[in-house]
Design a protein around this ligand. Structure first.
Ligand SMILES: C[S@@+](CC[C@H](N)C(=O)[O-])C[C@H]1O[C@@H](n2cnc3c(N)ncnc32)[C@H](O)[C@@H]1O
Length: 373
């Protein structure tokens, strides 16, 4: 049994040499599987919500399946398989909109940040859990709340929590086969009134899934319109509302929607279609920031940057988004950013673009504009 910190090389994606790519819950889980002899040569394994693929790489001999809503996690898995000279074919990747169709012997659930995503996944897992399936959830104790345990009990059945080890815990789950009540409430919808009513559909993990975010609203109220815009990008699109309203007020522009979450991009697609029917074309990509865009190719980038990657808070992704935006904008093109005032994005934008202008604000949020000179 490989112990993650000794036997394997693991890195984050995007790379961050200061932070490790596994946690104590991964180690605890591997140790538990070993001590309880839960792995046989033909054990079929499914992991959910791994951040960097540490477990799938450690268990690669068993040809596991890994499912995640995150494109960055998928890239991390491929990177770490490669680092350890393991063929990419050893692990099957399923995005969060799909699940394996075959019987699984061992299901490992890393506790995700979004309780709604966990709820959706548990309903999906019900049909995969058979009498002989072992189901274990793993996470750092600070991420396991009463509400997390209540969800396991409501949807799956009986739970037993292990003692803490290095501030992590395992939750051993047993399916109550008499309980088939309920089904996933996702995707769900809310209505936004911005001049006209829009019904916005959201998959479980989408940012601000149940209401319009205050920052997003401020940017919507200050949406720029110009017949100079040929290509508009909604970067980190979530449910796509920013890009949809931009498309509405810039009726000649092409729209591009990008997010690293599979559920976000799928929701944006649904919402764009319900706003415009088949009458407008748009491109949708699951990607890391603007990696796949050519330099000097767009006129307007709209961005409400993320302030965390899974459970980790930080501004590295925001920084990457601003740098990418400058590269892909044509000369004279604009980046419009909304953010919490205390995040001080204006300083970063000034460093990257040489200019940053505040175009709107309320008590908490600011909308900033930077122009590529
Ligand atoms: C604060 S939310 C904004 C969502 C939406 N634009 C809104 O205003 O409601 C940030 C979005 O960035 C996405 N994101 C995070 N990291 C990303 C990356 N590396 N590349 C692309 N999108 C990313 C998240 O999935 C999330 O949907």
């Amino acid at each position: 049994m490989p112990l993650i910190d000794h036997a394997l090389k693991l890195e984050r994606f995007p790379k961050d040499p200061n932070l490790q790519a596994w946690d104590a819950a991964d180690q605890y889980l591997l140790r538990y599987l070993d001590e309880n002899q839960l792995l046989k040569p033909d054990t079929r394994i499914l992991t959910l919500n791994e951040s960097f693929g540490a477990l799938s790489v450690a268990l690669a001999n068993y040809q596991p399946a890994m499912t995640s809503d995150s494109y960055l996690s998928c890239r991390a898995l491929l990177h770490n398989l490669n680092l350890n000279k393991i063929s990419a074919d050893q692990v099957s990747f399923y995005d969060s909109l799909s699940m394996p169709k075959y019987d699984i012997d061992l299901i490992v659930i890393k506790i995700p940040k979004s309780l709604a995503l966990l709820e959706h996944q548990l309903y999906q897992l019900r049909s995969l859990i058979k009498k002989k399936t072992t189901v274990i959830a793993a996470g750092m104790s600070r991420h396991i709340h009463n509400s997390t345990l209540a969800l396991f009990e409501k949807i799956i059945g009986f739970t037993k929590t292990t003692l803490a080890w290095k501030k992590s815990r395992l939750i051993l789950l047993e399916r109550d086969f008499d309980n088939n009540k309920g089904q996933s409430p996702y995707p769900d919808e809310f209505v936004v009134d911005i001049g006209q009513d829009f019904t916005i559909s959201n998959h479980a993990s989408v940012f601000s899934r149940d209401r319009l975010d205050v920052g997003t609203r401020l940017l919507l109220e200050n949406m720029p319109a110009s017949d100079q815009y040929h290509d508009i990008v909604d970067l980190g699109c979530g449910n796509g509302l920013l890009g949809i309203i931009a498309a509405l007020v810039n009726s000649q522009a092409r729209s591009h929607f990008v997010d690293e979450s599979y559920m976000a991009v799928d929701s944006a697609k649904t919402n764009f279609k319900s706003a415009f029917g088949g009458g407008r074309r748009a491109e949708f990509s699951v990607s890391n920031c603007l990696t796949d865009f050519e330099s000097d190719s767009v006129d307007l980038v709209l961005n409400n940057p993320p302030f965390h990657q899974q459970h980790n808070v930080g501004d590295a992704i925001a920084w990457q988004m601003f740098v990418d935006a400058r590269r892909v904008l044509r000369k004279g093109g604009e980046l419009i950013v909304v953010g919490n005032r205390h995040l001080a994005y204006h300083a970063k934008l000034k460093k990257i673009f040489g200019n940053s202008q505040q175009i709107a604000s309320n008590g908490k949020f600011v909308v900033l504009q930077s122009i590529k000179k």
